[in-house]
Design a protein around this ligand. Sequence first.
Ligand code: NAP
Ligand code: ZN
Length: 349
Amino acid sequence: MHQLKAYSAASETAPLVRTTIARRDLTAHDVQIEILFCGICHSDLHSVRNEWGATVYPIVPGHEIVGRVTEVGAEVTKYKAGDLAAVGCMVDSDGTCAQCKAGFEQFCPNMVLTFGSSDQHLDGVTYGGYSEGIVVDERFVLRVPANLDLPGAAPLLCAGITTFSPLRRSGVTKGKKVGVVGLGGLGHMGVKFARAFGAHVVAFTTSPNKKEDALRLGADEVVISRNAEEMQQHTGSFDFVLDTVSADHDINSYLNLLSVDGNLTLVGAPPKPLGVSAFSLIMGNRSLSGSSIGGIHETQEMLDFCGEHNITADVEIIPIQKVNEAYERLLRSDVKYRFSIDMASLKSE
Ligand code: NAP
Ligand code: ZN
């Protein structure tokens, strides 16, 4: 066991503060990573504030991790000291169930989340990326293409895969009209991927000041979603809509934008249930689905795709000491478009 610096919250009303955590010594299949950058996902905030009602304290959040390998276990074959490496939302699964075999580790009944899951190696819960380093089984370590900017690559590990996976699965391609709702960390990646897949992309935002950016990020059109007239112009016209909104909102106004057989996939996870009108679905054989991150193989595919197309998140780099302020700004949709924590700031503390 070794001790590392980290930031943790002690309760749902407490701020994140500097602490010390234990990481396990390397087993034969483990990779030890010095964390260089960690993105701030809205799921970190939902969890720290116990908005989903399942948080175990103390919590060390962070599941958008990029760093450098410092040491590997005796039987590790894929990584060596000095390699760039990344870790996303999961750090383990049983590897034997039907979901694992199909490449859907995120649905394995024994999946271990990067933070907040019970830790079978140490007595306690797993601790995430707001820390100096992490020890992870090599099966859950990803390769980062060398050409990618590291602060902007970190958010690919959650915001990237969570949008890439449903867009890919639903066959988004040239000739399809695709909507992306909410231009935050996930949404701005959704716009970039939908554009890269060749679709006609419409971004829906409540923030008029994001309009120019949305076009630059790859949207063909931008709709200010609080303007009913602008919304109405798109009624019944979308093949696919990706909803990334983190808070309560009227989902029917987006379901009504779907064409016959159109699908709306939810990736945003607002704490309160959304009210779905049956008629929004019945009229047009429309469907509503959900999507959870992506499997490990697919996450590597996404990273490689980003390497080939030079896609990263647009980030504001912050020192860890600004994390509480960053959470307040995230709640005000005041970040363009992801905070990426420079972990060097933790070393000097
Ligand atoms: P984020 O950066 O805060 O973005 C959310 C965006 O939603 C905001 O930028 C804002 O966009 C819009 N929004 C916020 N409040 C709104 C409201 N009251 N009404 C309408 N729109 C509103 O968050 P994120 O990190 O992208 O995460 C988004 C959600 O996805 C969170 O709930 C998170 O927990 C969830 N998530 C799910 C998965 C999964 O596997 N399914 C993975 C990661 C995250 P505009 O300013 O453009 O309106
Ligand atoms: Zn996330």
